[in-house]
Design a protein around this ligand. Structure first.
Ligand code: DC
Length: 231
């Protein structure tokens, strides 16, 4: 069967990666979490002390981007691909609230975007890929056969993220998580380079009131329709 490219964009914590992973497994496609790549660069910048809450030395990061190598490798225990920064598995470290608090500023740097977008396009060049992010349907794969734009209220998203962080043992409070989501929404959709916007031909899904299964069935219908239209 013909393979397609599926782009899933949307605000933070709308459940993009959950649906993208499910879909990739079901279709036998590659799943790429583009946000993990921006998080890995951010973690690198934090390790090198180029960025913290108060300062960001953009020039130092840009000058050292050639020292940032990001790869994905299958984790046989979870069945998902973990992200590696310069050979080290950083899957857990990149998901902290500290990284979330810095990542939108790093993702607004054009040189960072240029490097990661090229790598993402390379990973998807054979098609058969589900990639989630903010600019996948607009910049990375403007010709993707299926584009989905996920939304949900900020409170719903903060609640999901709060549960995810507390379940893994992080000591966070709901207000901080909500504030982080609102700040990232603002920065991600107002930056000059590749802001988060819905592609004209993307299909919007508000999953505030959908169960995971309802959402999956809906997306699967869209995939089937897209494949039928190609025949
Ligand atoms: O999907 P996520 O929350 O893990 O993404 C982390 C940040 O990376 C998000 O605040 C915006 C940025 N990002 C981006 O600018 N472009 C992408 N394609 C994916 C993520």
């Amino acid at each position: 069967m013909q393979k397609i490219t599926i782009a899933i964009d949307g605000f933070s914590s709308t459940g993009k990666s959950t649906i993208a992973k499910q879909l990739a497994k079901h279709l036998g496609y590659i799943y790429v979490d583009s946000g993990a790549m921006y998080r890995a660069v951010t973690f690198f910048a934090m390790q090198q002390q180029y960025i913290d809450d108060k300062h960001f030395d953009i020039n130092a990061l840009v000058a050292n981007l050639h020292n940032v190598a990001i790869h994905f490798k299958l984790n046989t225990e979870t069945g998902n691909a973990d992200v590696y920064l310069n050979g080290e598995n950083v899957e857990k470290q990149i998901r902290t609230l500290e990284v979330s608090n810095c990542v939108s500023r790093v993702a607004a740097v054009p040189d960072v975007r240029y490097q990661l977008v090229r790598q993402q396009q390379e990973m998807g060049k054979e098609k058969g890929v589900v990639m989630d992010g903010r600019d996948i349907g607009t910049v990375v794969f403007p010709d993707a056969e299926l584009k989905i734009f996920m939304t949900a209220s900020a409170e719903t998203r903060a609640q999901r993220r709060f549960e995810e962080l507390t379940n893994r043992g992080d000591d966070v409070n709901f207000e901080d998580v909500l504030r982080n989501i609102q700040e990232r929404d603002y920065i991600d959709s107002h930056r000059a380079d590749s802001p988060l916007i819905k592609a004209e031909d993307a299909i919007e899904i508000d999953n505030s009131n959908l169960t995971l299964n309802q959402q999956f069935q809906k997306v699967l219908e869209l995939v089937t329709m897209t494949l039928e239209n190609l025949e």
